[in-house]
Ligand binder design. Sequence first.
Ligand SMILES: Cc1cc2nc3c(=O)[nH]c(=O)nc-3n(C[C@H](O)[C@H](O)[C@H](O)COP(=O)(O)O)c2cc1C
Length: 194
Amino acid sequence: MTFFDENPNLIFDNIKNLLVKGVNERDHPFHTPIFSNIDRNNNSNARIVVLRKFDKKSLILNFHTDYRSPKILELKKNNNSFFVFYDYKIKTQLRINTISYIHNQNEITHKAWEETRLFSRKCYLTEKFPSSKTSSPEDGIPDHLKGVDPTKDESEKGYNNFTVIENEIKNIDWLFLASSGHRRLNINLEKKNN
Ligand SMILES: Cc1cc2nc3c(=O)[nH]c(=O)nc-3n(C[C@H](O)[C@H](O)[C@H](O)COP(=O)(O)O)c2cc1C
């Protein structure tokens, strides 16, 4: 099946399959979407994140972050958020409205942390928080960890910073580019029961 299908239910199924691929395939264009939100001054903000999980039933997209990241406070103030995905090979853009939920030091983060490799845990051991202002482009990694992975024991110090953001999908705007005419489908999931 391709996106040439006219049936909205088949397009929706295909979107869900693409999001699953985005999680599982590191080289898939949907692996690194843009995640956008509103900052504390009501300005828009956006950055790339890694798509870690997508649940087809609950329609929740997950990514991991550091609790010290400015977007935590921003999402606490306003949890309306937005994802943009684009796969140039299939000329498909998804714009997805979400509501974000922050998880830190709970069952969800505990389970995800256990599945995290030592190499990835290092990001949560930095001395400076994400988006810190620095005079040089430093990595913030403690000197003794430069070029090496932390031990399992040492990596545990990062757990308090490790955060899972769950993003519940509210609306999907699907755009397929075609020389014969671009096609668009809006899927409002606040009304739909899948
Ligand atoms: C390929 C790529 C993947 C990234 N993945 C994540 C991620 O999964 N979570 C995250 O918080 N930041 C990730 N970042 C860093 C963010 O884009 C951003 O620089 C950082 O989160 C600080 O943003 P903030 O100040 O808005 O919190 C990634 C950046 C790139 C280039």
